[in-house]
Design a protein around this ligand. Structure first.
Ligand SMILES: Nc1ncnc2c1ncn2[C@@H]1O[C@H](COP(=O)(O)OP(=O)(O)OP(=O)(O)O)[C@@H](O)[C@H]1O
Length: 259
């Protein structure tokens, strides 16, 4: 399986990655490059391993006791599974947004300020205020919340909560943002806002998005990886994957024959 030639040095380079949960293999020998310029979508039928593979990219699988990851994953050439890798730092550099919005039960301001504070990114309150405003602005939420920053994050609508979670990821200055079906709990209008946001964030961060929705993959990404039964079947330019897939299995999936 060959990744398309990246337009620049890859931000993330994964080679021969396999994942087991106990004795069950969920990912089998996946190699892929992700760059800054292109949004990368992971698609494939339920259970094919998209989320499992996504979680290897910031070691989120470490939190699952039965999960074992083999292979080599590099962030700007640095081995993220090296023994001396600081996982807290790594997860700030490679942020994650989940299926279900999960703001902290704290104020909108605190949701965004928490990360920069623990990572020591602001020298004083004014700097922290600035980071909070900038992050909420980038996440397309500032206008809606600037007059209610002390309200609870959990009181926002689902779509606003998801943008708050994106602002929270952005606040610690990540290099990569991983999104695991970020719109699956949202209505079409909130979904459209997140998709717009992905367009705006493209190039500022390397973005990988797992989606069940092929139209969404076609709309938001420039590179698409099709997974099936734990393997990476095909990875290429999104328009090519959807109009002229090289592999029979990809064609069957995108034409709705299974999934
Ligand atoms: N914590 C876990 N423990 C054991 N098996 C797991 C665990 N998480 C996932 N699996 C298994 O690993 C395989 C891949 O699951 P994963 O959630 O990565 O797939 P997916 O493509 O993201 O699916 P979906 O689209 O339904 O979310 C599945 O067979 C699943 O049952």
């Amino acid at each position: 399986m060959h990744a398309p030639a990246p337009t620049a040095a890859p931000k993330i380079s994964a080679r021969h990655v396999s994942v087991h949960y106990g004795r069950k293999q969920a990912i089998d020998d996946v190699s892929i490059d992700v760059d800054m310029e292109n949004v990368t979508a992971f698609i494939g039928p339920s259970g094919c391993g998209k989320s499992t593979f996504l979680r290897t990219l910031n070691r989120m699988n470490d939190t699952i006791p039965t999960a074992r990851v083999a292979g080599d994953i590099r962030l700007d050439g640095e081995d993220i599974y090296a023994a001396d890798m600081d996982v807290v730092q790594l997860r700030a550099r490679v942020g994650m947004v989940f299926q279900k919005p999960n703001p902290f039960p704290k104020s909108i301001y605190e949701n965004v300020a928490y990360g920069p504070r623990i990572h020591g990114l602001a020298a004083n309150k004014a700097e922290l205020d600035h980071i909070v405003e900038r992050s909420l602005t980038r996440a397309g939420l500032w206008g809606e919340v600037k007059d209610r920053l002390s309200d609870s994050g959990t009181a926002l609508s689902g779509g606003q909560q998801q943008r708050l979670c994106i602002a929270r990821a952005i606040a610690v200055d990540p290099e990569v943002i991983l999104m695991d079906e970020p719109c699956s709990a949202l209505d079409p209008i909130a979904t459209a806002k997140i998709e717009e946001l992905v367009h705006e964030l493209r190039g500022k961060y390397a973005i990988v998005i797992v989606t069940h929705n092929m139209q969404q993959a076609a709309r938001v990404s420039q590179r698409t990886a099709f997974f099936h039964l734990g393997t990476l079947v095909e990875y290429g330019v999104t328009s090519q994957i959807f109009t002229n897939p090289r592999q029979e299995r990809t064609k069957d999936y995108i034409t709705g024959r299974y999934g």
